[in-house]
Design a protein around this ligand. Structure first.
Ligand SMILES: [Zn+2]
Ligand SMILES: [Zn+2]
Ligand SMILES: [Zn+2]
Ligand SMILES: [Zn+2]
Length: 390
């Protein structure tokens, strides 16, 4: 994560409290921890190495990046056996000796790559756009190479996303605090850590991100983006009330800023509805989803990841309450079966949205068959009681 704690006692320092090692910028809550780190924490031998790497933040990011690449390559090992990188054409990276990964919707023999090769490409493309002063749209599409596969145009997911987000952060962290690429990289890191299920680390990166944005007076738009990520992380950590409040704010903020048909507004609605469903506020969830789903289907289309995700949340809202009716359960199963089919075809069966829908479908079917089972014997019993012909 981003270094916001004392290196010795882990006291939270935010972006500016405490003091730094004069040589390598390692952060401490005060002189006592610093002295202890030097004498007993091995800092006397590490300090030079950290300074040489470019300071504490850079050193930490480099280390975390190498760990994340190893984790990603390990997780992809079965999938990538016998394949080669589509960028450098080798199985093992010539310099780092890292293995291959694939964490997008590419199938067959497509899309295998080294995290280092993907990162190098993204870095070069973005640098080119900056040097040539390309417009905001071009910058954004180049930046997308940090989080989206250029072949299948789907977002990376899981540990592959996480490794790339460390690559992104270590590339731009040395820039001034208000630099757009540095801020965007910090946001990527938060999302990447979340994608890998490292929620505590994601929370710390996202809090630092938010503090930075507030400090430099960033736009409402950027703040809403980070609030969204923060809300998801609160949700994942089980802090549902915090998540709910934040998601409601983001939804109404986006609605006001962009209108009801904008993708960002629809995404915010999806997030807010999911929170409502998870704490069983079914009525509110129902009215929000009834309003939002038709808009998503019309504006984004049936094959869009967000439309599929909304349908998944709608089904959850139908089948998870204890008092769900048989009609609710049947509608949930048919919604999930249909959305699941589309998700597998469009996103690939390994995509998180496809996986989530598949899991929900299994649960909904299990509940439905139990409930139908309850009803069948009852009906048989009633029929048995029916008076026979006189
Ligand atoms: Zn300390
Ligand atoms: Zn030092
Ligand atoms: Zn490669
Ligand atoms: Zn791909």
């Amino acid at each position: 994560m981003i270094l916001t704690q004392c290196a010795v006692c882990a006291t939270e320092l935010g972006l500016s409290l405490g003091k730094k090692c004069g040589r390598c910028s390692t952060r401490y809550c005060g002189p006592e921890c610093q002295v202890q780190h030097w004498k007993e924490g091995g800092h006397d031998t590490l300090c030079k190495k950290i300074k040489k790497a470019g300071g504490a933040e850079q050193y930490n990011a480099n280390e975390k990046y190498a760990e994340a690449v190893a984790v990603a390559a390990e997780a992809c090992a079965d999938d990538t056996k016998g394949q080669t990188c589509y960028i450098c054409t080798q199985a093992l990276h010539w310099k780092t000796k890292e293995g291959l990964v694939r964490g997008c919707a590419c199938r067959g023999t497509a899309g295998f790559a080294h995290v280092s090769c993907l990162a190098e490409e993204a870095k070069i493309l973005f640098a080119e756009a900056e040097e040539n002063n390309l417009d905001g749209k071009a910058l954004e599409s180049r930046w997308a190479r940090w989080y989206e596969c250029s072949l299948c145009e789907q977002r990376y997911h899981g540990v592959v996303y996480c490794a790339l987000s460390w690559a992104c952060w270590k590339t731009y962290l040395g820039r001034p605090e208000s630099n757009r690429a540095r801020i965007a990289a910090m946001t990527e890191l938060g999302i990447g850590l979340y994608a890998a299920g490292r929620f505590e680390d994601a929370l710390s990166a996202q809090k630092a991100d938010m503090a930075t944005l507030r400090r430099i007076g960033a736009s409402e738009h950027s703040i809403l983006d980070v609030q969204t990520n923060l809300a998801n992380t609160y949700g994942a950590l089980g802090r549902h009330e915090s998540a709910l409040h934040m998601k409601r704010d983001v939804y109404s903020g986006r609605y006001t800023l962009f209108g009801k048909e904008h993708r960002e507004t629809l995404r915010a609605a999806n997030n807010y509805a999911f929170s409502l469903v998870s704490i069983q506020h079914s009525e509110e969830a129902r009215s929000l989803l009834r309003k939002t789903m038709p808009v998503a289907r019309r504006v984004l289309g049936e094959n869009d990841e967000l439309t599929l995700s909304l349908r998944g949340v709608y089904a959850l809202m139908l089948f998870t309450p204890d008092d769900a009716t048989l009609d609710d359960l049947r509608e949930a199963v048919s919604t999930l079966a249909d959305a699941g089919r589309i998700a597998r075809r469009v996103l690939g069966s390994g995509h998180p949205t496809a996986v989530r829908i598949e899991q929900s479908l299994r649960q909904a079917r299990a509940i439905l068959s139990t409930r139908e089972g309850d009803v069948e014997p009852l009906r048989a019993a009633v029929e048995a009681m029916a008076p026979g012909d006189a």
